[in-house]
Design a protein around this ligand. Sequence first.
Ligand code: ZN
Length: 142
Amino acid sequence: MQLDEIYQEIILDHYKHPRHARIIAEDEALVNEENPTCGDHIKLNARLEGDQVADVEIDCQGCAICSASASMMAERVVGQPITAVMKFSDSLIEMMRGGPVLSESELGDLTALSGVRQYPLRVKCATMPWHALESAIRRLRS
Ligand code: ZN
């Protein structure tokens, strides 16, 4: 199997079977964001416990890139320390915007999204869930 095909498989798997996904009503969403360029719509709730991200719930109506990024994000951050999550999120967003590329061991499944960097119009699709998560964490901590 070609590497590209493996990446496609990972993205499609998360798109078809999103992790930590739940229908979230407009009035119960902590963060509610839309990406007009693509039509992606994400609603997100998060729960913090001490210095950890205890849970994340995502309702993503969007393209495969956005949905897969959101699903991989939830899988990645739940149970992790908040500071590490924020740092990783910043680095990932930077990478998507053309910044330094994270190693495969840092990225894990998210390596599958690194090809998106070549498509400026899709970068927002991949980064939106991470922006939403950062907003949620900031809101919960303020
Ligand atoms: Zn999109």
